[in-house]
Ligand binder design. Structure first.
Ligand code: KIV
Ligand code: ZN
Length: 507
C-alpha cells in the first residue's frame, strides 16, 4: 500500500473556525510546526478571504521547502482562483484547491442552481485554475472538492460523471469531503469506494471529514484502506463546528495498523500544547493521546495492569507508549474510592517514601475512606495518612517516655492495655536497651533488622532527616516492619519498635 499523504488544513479550515483567526506571524509558527511534523501538504489559507490571509499565503509559500505541496483555497470563481494563484505560485509545488457542492440539497436550497449549471461552473473553474497555475508555475496542480460529498448518496452517478469531466479538465486530486458528518462511516465509505473505482488510478482520492458525530478519525482511517491516499487533517482537530479530522489520532491509528508513516509522531505532544495555547482552544481533558487525563488510571484493576506494564512498549491500558508521541509524563495514577493498594504503593514510592505492598494494603481502608469524602486525593493527603497510619501506629502499646540514664542504660515507660510499665533496659545503644526493657516486661521478641533511611528533611518535616526502620519477628516467624521519624534518632528507633509491637500484639 502507498504511504498516506497528509494534507494539513489547520491554517485554513482550522483557522477559519477560530474566534480570532491567526495573524501572519502566528500562522508562521503553526506552519513551522507542520514542517517539523513532516506533513506533505499544507493548505495555507484562503487568499481571497482577506488581505491579511492573502499576505500570509504569499509569505508562507515563499518560505516553503521544495518538497512541500503548498495549497490555497478558491471558490469556483475567476477572482478567487486568480488571487490564490498570485498568492502561492512561487512555491515549488503550488496547488489551487477549488470546491463546489454537488449535493442535491445544497444545490437546490443554498446555491439555488440547476445541477447541470453547477457542473459547468465547476469544470470551467478547474480548467481556468489549471491554465492559470501552470502558466505561473510548471509544477502547479489543481485539487477539486465536492463540498457536501457525504450528502450525495442519491445523485452519486451524477457526481461521478462530473468528476470524470473535472479530471479531464486537469484536476489531479479529487477531495470527497464529509462536510457535515451525518451518516455512519461505512455508508460514506461505500460512496468513496465507488468514486475511487470510477476514476483513473493516477488520480489521488482525498478525504476531508468533519467531526460532527465524533467519527471523523474512524472514517478517515478506514477511508485510507478504501483507497483514499490523501488524508486532510488538522492539528488538535481544529475546524468548523466540532472540528476536522484530528491529525494525531489518524497518524497514530495508522501507525498502530502497521502503515508506514511519513510524518514524525514524536512531535505530536509538544505541537498539541502549542496549538492549544495559540488557538485558545484547550485540549479536552479526555482527548485521545494528548489530553491531560489520557494517561490517567483510577480503578484498581487498571492501575495494577498499567503499573505492571509501564515500561513495556505495549501497555495493558494504553494504545501506545507515551514516548511515541513525545509525551514525557508517566501514566498517571490517581487515587479515588475506586483505587487500591497498587496505587497507594506507587504514589507513596513516587513521592520518595519507603513502603511495602503489605503496608499499602494496611493503608488502603483509611485512604479509601478519605477518597470517598473528597474524590481524587492529592498526594499530600495520602502522605499525611501514611505518616499517621504507618509511622504512628495506634494499638495496645503506648510509649510514654524514653530516657538515657547512664552508660548503656535507658528507662522505658509505656502502657500495655491498661497497665503501666517503667522498665530499665541495658544494651549496646537505645535499640538493644529498649528490646531488653520490653523483654523484662514479658514481651520478648527477636529484632531482625534495623536501619536509618536518610531522607530529605523537606520530605519528613519536623527537623528529622532520617526514617528509622525496625523489623521484628512476628508470631509466625514473619517480618513485621515498624517505621518512625523523630529529630532525635534514639526516640525514632524506640517509636519504630513500638509501632512494630502494635502490629504484632492485638487488643
Ligand atoms: O468541509 C468542506 O467541505 C470544506 C471544503 C472547502 C473542502 O472545507
Ligand atoms: Zn471543511
Amino acid at each position: 500500500m502507498k504511504k498516506p499523504f497528509f494534507y494539513d488544513i489547520t491554517l485554513r479550515d482550522g483557522n477559519q473556525s477560530l474566534k480570532k483567526p491567526w495573524s501572519l506571524p502566528e500562522k508562521e509558527i503553526i506552519f513551522k510546526r507542520l514542517l517539523e511534523l513532516n506533513v506533505q501538504a499544507i493548505e495555507v489559507g484562503f487568499p481571497n478571504s482577506s488581505e491579511m490571509d492573502f499576505e500570509a499565503c504569499k509569505y508562507l509559500a515563499s518560505i516553503a521547502p521544495d518538497n512541500l505541496v503548498v495549497s490555497a483555497l478558491a471558490r469556483c470563481t475567476e477572482k478567487d482562483v486568480s488571487s490564490a494563484v498570485e498568492a502561492i505560485c512561487h512555491a515549488k509545488i503550488p496547488r489551487i484547491h477549488t470546491f463546489l457542492t454537488l449535493s442535491p440539497f445544497h444545490m437546490k436550497y443554498v446555491l439555488n442552481k440547476d445541477p447541470m449549471e453547477v457542473r459547468k461552473t465547476a469544470i470551467e473553474a478547474v480548467k481556468f485554475a489549471c491554465e492559470k497555475i501552470k502558466k505561473a508555475n510548471k509544477n502547479g496542480e489543481v485539487q477539486f472538492s465536492v463540498e457536501h460529498f457525504g450528502d450525495c448518496g442519491e445523485n452519486l452517478d451524477f457526481v461521478i460523471d462530473t468528476l470524470k469531466e473535472i479530471v479531464k479538465a486537469g484536476a489531479t486530486t479529487i477531495n470527497l469531503p464529509n462536510t457535515v458528518e451525518r451518516k455512519r462511516p461505512r455508508v460514506f465509505l461505500d460512496m468513496v469506494e465507488k468514486v475511487y473505482n470510477a476514476l483513473p488510478k493516477d488520480i489521488s482520492i482525498s478525504l476531508h471529514n468533519h467531526n460532527d458525530l465524533g467519527m471523523a478519525t474512524a472514517t478517515t482511517v478506514e477511508g485510507y484502506f478504501s483507497g483514499a491516499i490523501q488524508l486532510e487533517c488538522a492539528l488538535n482537530g481544529l475546524g468548523e463546528r466540532a472540528g476536522n479530522t484530528n491529525f494525531y489520532e489518524v497518524a497514530v491509528a495508522l501507525y498502530n495498523s502497521g502503515v508506514e508513516m511519513p510524518v514524525d509522531l514524536s512531535k505530536i505532544y509538544e505541537t498539541a500544547l502549542i496549538v492549544a495555547q495559540m488557538s485558545k482552544v484547550d485540549v479536552y481533558e479526555k482527548a485521545p493521546l494528548v489530553g491531560p487525563d489520557a494517561l490517567a488510571h483510577r480503578s484498581g484493576i487498571h492501575q495494577d495492569g498499567a503499573l505492571k506494564t509501564k515500561d513495556m512498549e505495549f501497555g495493558a491500558y494504553r494504545p501506545i507508549h507515551p514516548s511515541l508521541i513525545g509525551r514525557k509524563d508517566d501514566e498517571k495514577i490517581g487515587f479515588t474510592s475506586q483505587s487500591g493498594k497498587t496505587a497507594i504503593f506507587e504514589i507513596i514510592s513516587k513521592a520518595g517514601y519507603p513502603i511495602t505492598i503489605q503496608e499499602a494494603i494496611r493503608l488502603a481502608p483509611a485512604v479509601k475512606e478519605a477518597a470517598e469524602k473528597i474524590g481524587e486525593l492529592p498526594t499530600r493527603n495520602i502522605i499525611d495518612i501514611y505518616f499517621n497510619e504507618i509511622c504512628n501506629i495506634k494499638g495496645v502499646f503506648k510509649l510514654i517516655n524514653f530516657d538515657h540514664i547512664g552508660e548503656g542504660k535507658f528507662t522505658v515507660e509505656f502502657d500495655f492495655k491498661d497497665k503501666n510499665y517503667k522498665m530499665t533496659g541495658s544494651g549496646n545503644g537505645p535499640i538493644d536497651a529498649c528490646m531488653d526493657a520490653l523483654k523484662q516486661a514479658g514481651f520478648e521478641r527477636k529484632l531482625l533488622y534495623y536501619k536509618q533511611i536518610a531522607m530529605d528533611e523537606e520530605l519528613l518535616g519536623s527537623g528529622a532527616n532520617a526514617m528509622s526502620v525496625i523489623h521484628i519477628e512476628g508470631d509466625d516467624g514473619s517480618k513485621v516492619i515498624g517505621r518512625a521519624i523523630h529529630k532525635n534518632t534514639a526516640v525514632a528507633n524506640v517509636k519504630a519498635i513500638f509501632n512494630a509491637y502494635n502490629l504484632i500484639y492485638k487488643g
